[in-house]
Design a protein around this ligand. Structure first.
Ligand code: CUA
Length: 160
């Protein structure tokens, strides 16, 4: 029996680890049924004729008001459409991103935009561009031979 004796300090850590693991398991279980959402789950797209769901608009930059824009971005092998977006400084841009084929990434440098572009889904987020300059965006999910040429840029023009 002497071999089974556990140091009290060690035992304390084992119990603490067990509690933490149990908590994580509970969190995974709860989120699986109540809180877990894939990006863009609320916006399903029609992926086959008559398949129901919405259609993704033609890729475009649409002005919604002073300093407010919507960008409908289609990722495809191996380009972003549109690949160049021009907006005045101080604009808030909402990006609606989908993929025409496989899974792509969408990351804009010097912003907190970092999305997945999924076929049949729309991923949506907004960012404000205050500082004039060029903000390149990239695909950051490996998507085939041309992955490394898949990029574009947001050009923020100074108001003057
Ligand atoms: Cu698209 Cu990598």
């Amino acid at each position: 029996m002497n071999g089974l004796r556990i140091d009290p300090y060690e035992r304390g850590w084992m119990i603490a680890s067990g509690i933490i693991l149990a908590f994580f398991l509970l969190a995974v279980g709860v989120s699986a049924y109540h809180g877990f959402t894939l990006p863009g789950r609320e916006e399903h797209l029609e992926t086959s004729p008559g398949g129901g769901g919405a259609r993704f608009p033609e890729p475009a930059v649409v002005q919604r008001g002073p300093g407010r824009y919507d960008v409908y971005m289609r990722a495809q092998i191996w380009a972003f459409v549109p690949s160049e977006i021009k907006i005045p400084a101080g604009s808030t841009v909402t990006f609606h991103v989908t993929s025409a084929d496989v899974l792509h990434g969408f990351l804009i440098e010097r912003t907190n935009i970092n999305l997945m572009a999924l076929p049949g889904r729309v991923t949506k987020t907004a960012a404000r561009f205050d500082t004039p300059g060029e903000y390149r965006f990239f695909c950051h999910e490996y998507c085939g031979l041309g992955h490394q040429i898949m990029w574009g840029k947001v050009i923020v023009e100074s108001r003057s």
